[in-house]
Design a protein around this ligand. Structure first.
Ligand SMILES: [Zn+2]
Length: 449
């Protein structure tokens, strides 16, 4: 081989099915050799470090265009890169306009192409008003469709009632694209919130109590039934509890094509932490009790979920500054702590590579290109240094607003660098790199089924 662009030597490399200390060479944005010590223009000695496929975070909210004062592609994608992601899938609801047709898709794609430092795919929405637009969204290249079974918090992104969800799933199945659901039963959570507020109970604890595990499980059960009925590929996002995972497992055993995502914050924090931290730790479904969290950690470490995504969802600080916790924006800024917090939860490197990269790529039709350290694949890589612990400080935060429940947390690992198709997106030594993100479209022949 002629000289490669880059070779990384000395790292413990997470390869499909095994870990090995071996060199990895990159040329023209692709991985060109694994296990061959070729000549290269740039040589990195990564002795003592761990090289993983770059994380594919299938769940971020960057809010641009239209609400860039909440977060944007430049700041959000840089925070994601610093947390170990080389590719993100951005959710359809918080931008204005929301991603409900080809025109809004094009606006968001242009915003992302202008400033994303990582590769990106875009989710389209399923709402009662855009069922006839799913086909054009598929033509634009959406990675899948997102629906809310409870209120999304955005007036222009309506909840999908059961009829809308059924019809959306039917159409998505015909297009060969997955549907992701936010699964909480609207009637149950709305009634509990109303009762609490009418009684003047508006603390974080009251908010947590208003969104029950039963409400989550009920919605998961309905979504799985509809997916079975329509033949849709279903991804239940941000499952917060073992009961939810059990419901999904039971559906899988009935032959439903359903996968489960959970998020780092359900592994890092419990309900008492939420009360202590306050507004930066508000999310939905909410943080759960201590034993629920511990059970979830054990399940994830054993491979009991399919994917891990951050649900990075920031807002301006003013939207977190309310006495009534039902009025506080629900969303946790967690992009930058993605892999460090998962490492801190005790997930081993090979499992981490599966849950944040290879299984995400396979589920969403990117399996031939991304998600594994294999010659011919995109050189999307993340180098982690377990010899270097770090405490996340407010002044380190790269998102638009320096708010995160992880501030003050110590992580037993640092991200050294992230490459996107061979170009540095972010490095600890140099900050933002030259990488420029591109739209990633799913390969439908490989998708889901
Ligand atoms: Zn989300």
């Amino acid at each position: 081989m002629a000289e490669a662009d880059l070779i990384i030597r000395g790292a413990a490399v997470c390869l499909p099915g095994r870990s090995e200390r071996t060199p990895v060479a990159v040329e023209g944005g692709k991985i060109v050799a694994v296990g061959e010590d070729v000549a290269a223009r740039e040589v990195i000695d990564a002795t003592g470090q761990v090289l993983l496929p770059g994380a594919i975070d299938a769940h971020v909210h960057y809010n641009e265009p239209g609400r860039t004062e909440w977060e944007g592609w430049a700041t959000g994608s840089l925070a994601s890169a610093a947390g170990g992601a080389s590719c993100v899938f951005e959710m359809p609801l918080n931008a204005h306009p929301p991603t409900l047709d080809a025109e809004s898709f094009a606006l968001k794609r242009a915003a992302a192409e202008a400033s994303s430092v990582v590769d990106f795919a875009l989710w389209g929405g399923i709402t009662p008003v855009n069922l006839d637009k799913l086909e054009e969204l598929a033509g634009s290249g959406v990675i899948g469709f997102k629906a809310f079974m409870s209120s999304s918090g955005m007036d222009d992104f309506q909840r999908a009632d059961a009829g809308t969800l059924r019809e959306g799933m039917r159409r998505a199945a015909a297009l060969g694209l997955p549907v992701a659901v936010h699964a909480e039963d609207e009637d149950m959570v709305a009634a509990a919130a109303k009762a609490a507020r009418e009684a003047g109970r508006t603390t974080m604890r009251d908010y947590l109590d208003s969104r029950s595990i039963a409400a989550e499980v009920a919605a998961i059960r309905l979504a799985c039934e509809l997916a079975g009925e329509t033949g849709c590929h279903l991804q239940v996002v941000h499952v917060s509890c073992g009961e939810g995972l059990d419901e999904i497992l039971a559906a899988k055993q009935r032959g439903v094509d359903v996968t489960a995502e959970t998020c780092p914050h359900y592994l890092a924090f419990n309900a008492d932490d939420a009360v202590r931290i306050g507004a930066p730790a508000k999310c939905a479904p909410p943080l759960r009790g201590g034993p629920v969290r511990e059970d979830l950690v054990a399940r994830v470490c054993a491979g009991g979920v399919d994917t891990l995504g951050t649900d990075h969802s920031p807002c301006p600080p003013s939207m977190k500054d309310k006495a009534d916790f039902f009025e506080v924006w629900g969303g946790i800024a967690g992009a930058q702590s993605f892999l460090p917090s998962l490492w801190a939860a005790g997930i081993e490197a090979e499992m981490l590579a599966r849950l944040t990269a290879s299984q995400v790529a396979r589920r969403f039709g990117l399996g031939g290109r991304k998600g594994a350290i294999v010659p011919g694949m995109d050189a999307d890589l993340v180098l982690l240094d377990p010899r270097r612990s770090q405490i996340l400080r407010t002044e380190d935060l790269l998102a638009r607003h320096a708010v995160s429940p992880y501030v003050g947390r110590e992580f037993p690992v640092s991200v050294s660098a992230v490459w996107v198709r061979g170009a540095v997106a972010w490095s600890r030594a140099g900050g933002r790199g030259p990488a420029r993100g591109r739209l990633v479209r799913p390969d439908l022949s490989h998708s889901a089924a």
